[in-house]
Design a protein around this ligand. Structure first.
Ligand SMILES: Cc1ncc(COP(=O)(O)O)c(C=O)c1O
Length: 464
């Protein structure tokens, strides 16, 4: 028996309408060929829009960014008519770029289904497929979907606590970021993000890996871990790992470093929780824990951003008791379909491995930075990071220069973002699913020109 849902989506009229939309998309995307400044006719209206948004949301935006809702791969059109290279992708999510035909198609398919949002009480077939895909590709036993990275983390923490009740303490790395709910903001190692909030978590910190002294930093981390565990025997439930510190500034650890800690954690029955909200899809393997070869040792893994729908992956012994986890929403039907397209695309052998797209994009972007280094000595440090997480440090990482530099870069047509505190770095989370080599070259040319422009303009201030 064929389902009405299938006969509707396969109806020739629907198929024809989809074809027409795709051909219109292709035609209008021809208008976006490179960076473009804002249009004088739209500027006044845009300024007002920014003011209205600032007032409605109760705070100014970091960048004066309001999208038009149109783009082409790494190029995005703003509502002021400007077109920019998007090398930050909403801090990660737009891995397939803007207006990718496959995501337009999956969104149309989603729009033709019965509900805008899906949930844990009433999910559709596509949620089942997505859960199965995430568990298969991660090798974990179960997957619980949710709408944000921080909620995936909250759910993961609940699993860890419930398993080791009444242990209530958490271990995490110095400089880590876990999100901004009440609990996650206690773990996120940034005092400003929890200012004025009640402390509802007992968190102890471990120093992260220092590439300049691998053995010493590993020893220091293990000693700190042991001293925490000895001070509060049996009270730690979980240690949260960011394998490449994201918000902290794109600092990767190593397998040896992580294993030195994991061995101690296992001895003390403390679960290993890997937060892959930022790393998912961006390291040279689908999951960073696979890249660092930690498959045998992880208990809970969260993913987000690139995956559109977020999730908590966990092994059998962490299965929650009824009632612990549930939410109205798993995600929108469009995000669930898009997630499937992205998971399938990432699993297709085009992205990971020698010479595959993540490596190509990495090499091309970092190649530009190495050239900039040698042509403009002292202007930047780096490049840093791995895979499609690339950062550099301009102007000695002084925030009073790095922040205005990124704003100038935005004005000039390339969107990036900052990470870390001291030094503050500029980070890039490029849309690997669609960016072309030509777009990388054009965007990096603007980065180079803006570095020179900023250095010339701030010559006196930079020297002081
Ligand atoms: C490592 C990490 N964990 C958690 C989060 C929170 O994700 P979300 O902003 O989707 O709640 C982020 C977001 O930047 C992150 O980088």
């Amino acid at each position: 028996m064929s389902l009405a849902a299938d006969s509707f989506s396969q109806d020739p009229r629907v198929q024809e309408a989809k074809k027409l939309i795709q051909s219109a998309l292709e035609e209008h995307q021809k208008r976006l060929e490179g960076h473009r400044s804002s249009h004088p006719d739209l500027r006044e209206k845009y300024e007002q829009l920014l003011k209205d948004y600032t007032s409605a949301r109760g705070g100014a935006l970091w960048y004066p960014y309001i999208g038009s809702g149109f783009g082409k791969g790494a190029l995005v059109e703003l509502a002021d008519g400007s077109v920019k290279y998007d090398l930050i992708c909403g801090i990660g999510p737009h891995y397939w770029g803007h207006c990718h035909p496959d995501l337009i198609e999956s969104s149309i398919d989603a729009a033709l289904t019965d509900t805008v949002m899906q949930g844990h009480l009433q999910g559709n077939k596509d949620s089942v497929t997505l859960c199965q895909t995430a568990t298969k590709l991660s090798g974990m036993d179960h997957c619980f979907l949710t709408t944000s990275g921080v909620m995936a983390n909250e759910n993961g923490l609940k699993l860890a606590f419930q398993k080791k009740h009444p242990a209530h303490r958490v271990l995490a790395f110095e400089g880590c970021f876990m999100g901004r709910t009440l609990s996650a903001s206690q773990i996120t190692d940034k005092p400003a993000f929890r200012q004025g909030l009640p402390a509802n978590m007992d968190v102890s910190y471990i120093p992260f890996y220092d590439a300049s002294c691998p053995e010493e930093s590993t020893k220091r981390a293990v000693q700190t871990l042991k001293s925490h565990l000895n001070r509060y025997p049996g009270e730690y439930a979980v240690m949260c790992f960011e394998l490449v510190q994201g918000e902290g500034g794109f600092y990767p650890g190593t397998r040896d470093f992580f294993m030195a800690l994991i061995d101690v954690l296992k001895e003390h029955d403390v679960s290993v929780f890997i937060d892959e909200v930022q790393t998912f899809g961006r390291t040279p393997k689908l999951f960073a824990f696979q890249y660092f070869n930690l498959e045998e040792h992880v208990d809970i893994v969260t993913f987000g951003k690139v995956s559109q729908v977020c999730g908590t992956l966990f092994n059998e012994e962490f299965k929650p008791k009824p009632g612990l986890l549930s939410q109205t929403f798993t995600g929108s039907s469009a995000s669930i379909r898009a997630s499937q397209v992205i998971f399938d695309g990432l699993a297709s052998n085009k992205f990971y491995g020698k010479g595959a797209r993540v490596e190509q994009v990495h090499e091309r972007i970092t190649g530009h930075f190495k050239r900039i280094q040698s042509e403009h000595p002292g202007m930047i440090e780096g490049p840093f990071g791995i895979g499609a997480m690339i950062a550099f440090t301009p102007f000695s990482g002084r925030s009073e220069h790095v922040i205005p530099f990124t704003k100038k870069l935005f004005e000039n047509g390339v969107i990036t973002f900052v990470a870390g505190v001291s030094p503050m770095r500029v980070r890039m989370l490029a849309p690997v699913g669609s960016i072309t080599d030509e777009q990388i070259d054009a965007a990096l040319k603007i980065v180079e020109e803006t570095l020179v422009e900023y250095a010339e303009q701030e010559n006196g201030a930079l020297a002081s």
